[in-house]
Design a protein around this ligand. Structure first.
Ligand code: GLY
Length: 391
């Protein structure tokens, strides 16, 4: 168990459980208030303003699944039925994206909303959820290019001729494809997900465990045209959130396939992330940039991923090592300046970075930081209570 030293202006020495309990209490109050702040179930929080108020977008934004996901985790943590009702309301608005061919982020949108709803909800209100998830998976699967062996990205700021850009973030969408195959969908969906993960593990990871953000492939031959970045500082740097998506995605692929190569890749990415963290465990937005913003969302994603990864490791000292690292990260996240201290905000974590090279939403809250923070807490508590992962 991590014991926290006094933090300037923050909490005195306290166990991690105490820090988590405090953060949960405050988070539930803020999430309840957020329902009035957001108001319209057709609108979804994305990034915070510098005053820590939510900016809202439609379900078409890639982040739309995270707010219903936060409400589902609030229901899981509190068992307060009002959160279930709100979660269902904001989940319903995501359905219209199930046939959207213009995005690779259907996994984010649908597993965080409908996926969590199906995991936690009981009753006829949930009867349509599996069909909606399978339809979204079918839409996503159509992005697969068999020559490249990957699902193509829906965007590229600097396209190189006729290329298929693949970004490491897409790893986060594979869970939807595996879920669909495991629940009555075609076997092909899981095969596509496995191939995409194998391509990512082979091409995106450098010998030192750092990662590329984007690789452009020739659509006809599958050959690599170039390796680079879109949201990071440079082609040979490691953008921390992209790296976090890669790590989390590899752990999830191992959950479905039990193929050692995916767990080995996850461990390699975890080692790189941990080795390059500052003393307070909150990642810089890019591990090599001279611009010193942090991106708290990267640490939220990795903390949650590590609490899953540890359950797959047979070696006890190794498991303890990653568990200690994940606990240290979670302890930092529960405290200022990362856990926002303003009493008039409904955001949980401050200091994420959306897209620094185009100066978009830099050093503000991000809804996905809150989502993976809550997930990390649910996973931490389940692991400590039962040495099991929540079903
Ligand atoms: N997947 C988009 C992002 O992480 O900003």
């Amino acid at each position: 168990m991590v014991v926290i030293a006094a933090v300037p202006g923050g909490l005195a020495s306290e166990s991690l459980d105490g820090l988590v309990d405090n953060a949960v209490r405050t988070s539930l109050v803020r999430l309840e208030r957020s329902v009035s702040e957001v108001g319209d179930p057709a609108l979804y929080p994305t990034y915070g303003t510098p005053q820590l108020k939510w900016q809202l977008k439609s379900s078409a934004d890639w982040t739309s699944g995270f707010y219903p996901g936060c409400l589902w985790y609030a229901f899981e943590i509190s068992r307060d039925r009002r959160f279930e009702g709100w979660a269902r309301q904001w989940t319903a608005g995501i359905e219209q994206e199930k046939l959207n061919p213009d995005t690779h982020d259907l996994g984010f949108r649908f597993m965080c909303s409908f996926g969590n709803g199906l995991r936690l909800g009981r009753g006829p209100e949930y009867d349509r959820y599996p069909d909606i998830l399978r339809t979204a998976a079918a839409t996503l699967a159509r992005r697969f290019n068999p020559r490249v062996g990957a699902l193509g990205s829906n965007w590229d700021l600097h396209p190189t001729g006729r290329s298929v850009p693949v970004i490491i973030d897409i790893m986060m969408n594979l869970d939807l494809l595996f879920w669909a195959t495991e629940h009555g969908g075609p076997a092909e969906f899981a095969a596509i997900a496995r191939t995409h993960a194998a391509t990512t593990a082979r091409d995106f990871v450098r010998p030192d465990g750092g990662t590329y953000h984007v690789i452009r492939y020739d659509p006809d031959t599958g050959a690599i045209i170039n390796r680079s970045t879109l949201q990071g500082a440079g082609p040979e740097t490691t953008w921390s959130r992209g790296h976090a998506w890669g790590l989390y995605g590899m752990v999830a692929v191992y959950r479905h396939t039990r193929e050692q190569r995916f767990l080995d890749t996850a461990v390699k990415l975890a080692d790189y992330f941990i080795r390059n963290l500052p003393a307070d465990h909150v990642a810089p937005w890019d591990f090599q940039s001279g611009i010193k913003y942090r991106d708290v969302s990267a640490t939220c994603i990795v903390t949650s991923a590590l609490f899953e990864m540890v359950r797959y490791l047979d070696d006890a000292p190794l498991r303890n090592h990653y568990e200690t690292e994940a606990e240290a990260m979670l302890a930092s996240l529960c405290q200022p300046p990362w856990f926002a201290t303003r009493t008039d905000t409904n955001c949980l974590l401050d200091h994420s970075v959306q897209f620094l090279p185009i100066n978009s939403n830099v050093d503000v809250p991000a809804i996905f930081a809150d989502y993976y923070f809550l997930e990390a807490i649910v996973r931490y508590r389940a692991w400590h209570a039962t040495r099991r992962f929540p079903d």
